[in-house]
Design a binder for this molecule. Structure first.
Ligand code: UDP
Length: 250
């Protein structure tokens, strides 16, 4: 442990260049994605990503509530990201705080750039993201879950939206920060990518990095998003693939 002021800072990168959980700098935490676990929703997905556990449910296109949000030319995309009170070590106050509102807003805006909303005027597409267990990177896990849930609901989109946070720990750029790295690292940079066009539709940064570090972080994050994109597609294929015909069957 080193010390900055009164705060004890753990060593985040060992002499072999490995992180506290043994990962290399360019390594993702294990990710499992399940499409369609909630039959009552129009679309749903459950994502386990490291120690994050996130459920997403999509309803719609359906009637808009509250009605004054209705738009005559396209669907409104309403998103609610919520962290369960039991999702973190120190109990979180239940309900939507400023952080949840901000995350809900940036996720809705990211989806606005990929969903063909003009196909469903005067309707609402409602996206619910519930974080059941949190260990940093929950907005990205929420985006991934919600994106698979939107596809599961049959909402037409340009592409799925893989997302990941890149950060800076012990002066090195690292993919997919876990909680200690997020807490004690020097920067955190969540991003979401439209794989087809290479466009970033969410990019936020806390902390500081130099311009070359930022370029490196973007490259690492885009590569991570492409790996996650494959896992998202595999989850949807698994949900919708039919069992192969038995050998010899007509
Ligand atoms: N966190 C927490 N309590 C809170 C908000 C966040 O313990 O009220 C933790 C949680 O593990 C979260 C992490 O801090 O995943 C990082 O939060 P941040 O705001 O950076 O968002 P995230 O990385 O989850 O998208």
């Amino acid at each position: 442990m080193g010390s900055v002021g009164a705060k004890e800072v753990p060593v985040l990168l060992n002499a072999d260049g490995l992180r506290i959980d043994g990962r290399r700098l360019d390594e993702l935490r294990p990710i499992q994605i399940r499409a369609g676990p909630l039959p009552q929703a129009d679309g749903s997905a459950f994502v386990e990503w490291g120690q994050n556990k996130v459920m997403a449910a999509v309803y719609g296109p359906r009637e808009v509530h509250p009605r004054h949000l209705q738009q005559s030319t396209k669907a409104v995309i309403q998103c609610r990201y919520n962290m369960a009170a039991f999702s973190v070590d120190e109990r979180k106050r239940p309900g939507l705080d400023r952080r949840s509102q901000e995350i809900s807003k940036v996720i809705a805006e990211a989806f606005e750039s990929v969903v063909f909303a003009e196909e469903f005027p005067r309707t609402s597409i409602d996206v619910y993201i519930e974080v059941l267990q949190a260990n940093a990177g929950t907005r990205c896990a929420g985006l991934v879950a919600a994106s698979v849930a939107l596809a599961d609901a049959g909402i037409p989109m340009v592409d799925l939206l893989p997302a990941v946070a890149v950060g800076k720990i012990d002066n090195a750029i690292a993919l997919d920060l876990k909680k200690e790295e997020d807490n004690f690292g020097q920067a955190d940079l969540p991003m979401a990518l439209v794989p087809q066009s290479g466009r970033l539709v969410l990019l936020q940064m806390e902390g500081h990095m130099t311009e070359p570090e930022l370029a490196q972080a973007l490259e690492l994050g885009v590569g991570g998003c492409r790996v996650i994109h494959e896992k998202m597609k595999a989850a949807l294929r698994e949900r919708y693939s039919t069992a192969p015909l038995a050998a010899g069957a007509a």
